[in-house]
Design a protein around this ligand. Structure first.
Ligand code: CA2
Length: 146
């Protein structure tokens, strides 16, 4: 089972800034992820929070809850949250960081990811397919290490 976590403001997807984030809603994105997970033989649970502490708790508890990996879009927390960074470092599961937009083509303050320094890797710029690529990687990783 894979835990997909979306951070602050991602509940607004599809409602504003479609030129950057597309027209897909969070609910549609989560359904797509469930479908991609099923194709790859992975169960998927998706959660979203606007609160840093809630994300920290979900990350801390993921292994105990029985998840085998985390796909994380930390939203703006990507760029400054030492708390999320510490939470990722302090737990045993592989974390893949994903972004809908290409951080390197965005404003200077979005071009650095603090949280990615603790992730296995980062997929950025492919819209919803960033999540699919993360799941493809994790299916391969978890198959190699059952
Ligand atoms: O590209 C991404 O996935 C981001 O993580 C999205 C975050 C942003 O702060 C990161 O720098 C990059 C924010 C998502 C905000 O989403 C909105 C969607 C519609 C309307 C307003 C915000």
């Amino acid at each position: 089972m894979i835990l997909i976590l979306n951070g602050p403001n991602l509940n607004l997807l599809g409602r504003r800034e479609p030129e950057i984030y597309g027209r897909i809603t969070l609910e549609e994105l989560e359904e797509l992820c469930a479908g991609w997970g099923a194709e790859l033989g992975l169960g998927v649970v998706a959660r979203q929070s606007n609160f840093e502490g809630q994300l920290v708790e979900w990350i801390q508890q993921a292994a105990e809850e029985g998840f085998r990996a985390i796909v994380l879009n930390p939203g703006a927390l990507t760029h400054y949250s030492i708390a999320l960074l510490d939470a990722i470092r302090g737990q045993p599961l592989p974390v893949v960081e994903v972004h809908l937009s290409n951080l390197h083509a965005r404003e200077p303050y979005r071009q650095h990811s603090l949280t990615a320094t603790a992730a296995k890797g980062i997929v950025s710029g492919f819209g919803p397919l960033s999540y699919k690529m993360a799941l493809v990687y994790l299916a391969d990783l978890l198959e190699a290490r059952p």
